[in-house]
Ligand binder design. Structure first.
Ligand SMILES: O=C(O)C[C@@H](Cc1ccccc1)C(=O)SCC(=O)c1ccccc1
Ligand SMILES: [Zn+2]
Length: 156
């Protein structure tokens, strides 16, 4: 799958509220695999559909150990469709983040340590799970993208 061009901060697509996904068809699966290819090529740990100019409520998260988070779990890419944040811990934790739409910059961002989330998979099946630590951070970063929020609006 050919990687897709990545939108840079300032482009309108990154400021919009993403649209609910209704058709769980092969077009959706193809977009998801193109997003994975784009994320891997850009060396990211996540990517949201608006970042590849698609206004859909869809993102990929793929934690892996890295210099900043050496104990981050290694996980296969997870496709998250129509995500909902059900609850979030009062405990916040500050950590460094990058954004593929703000290349070459790092930001210190406060995030909830633990969240309970609900989303659909590529088959449209609802999943509900609790996330904590680096994966929770990635989810919150990508979830922001679907609300038209980038880390520039959140940086300390
Ligand atoms: O812009 C994106 O959504 C991708 C972004 C996701 C993300 C990184 C760090 C914390 C939360 C979410 C990236 O993958 S940027 C790549 C990068 O700078 C980085 C990679 C691993 C750890 C820290 C930063
Ligand atoms: Zn980002």
């Amino acid at each position: 799958n050919q990687p897709l061009p990545i939108a840079l901060v300032g482009e309108a697509i990154l400021k919009q509220q993403a649209d609910e996904v209704r058709d769980f068809d092969e077009k959706l699966s193809h977009l998801a695999s193109q997003m994975v290819a784009s994320m891997v090529e850009a060396k990211g740990v996540g990517i949201a559909a608006p970042q590849v100019h698609s206004p859909l409520a869809l993102f990929i998260m793929a934690s892996r150990p890295n210099e900043r988070y050496p104990d981050a779990p290694l996980m296969d890419p997870v496709v998250v469709v129509n995500p909902q944040l059900l609850s979030a811990s009062a405990e916040l934790v500050s950590g460094e983040e990058g954004c593929l739409s703000v290349p070459g910059q790092r930001f210190s961002i406060w995030r909830h340590q633990t969240i309970v989330v609900r989303y659909q998979d590529l088959a449209g099946q609802w999943q509900q799970t609790e996330l904590t630590g680096f994966i929770a951070r990635i989810f919150q970063h990508e979830f922001d993208h679907l609300q038209g929020i980038t880390l520039l609006e959140r940086s300390q």
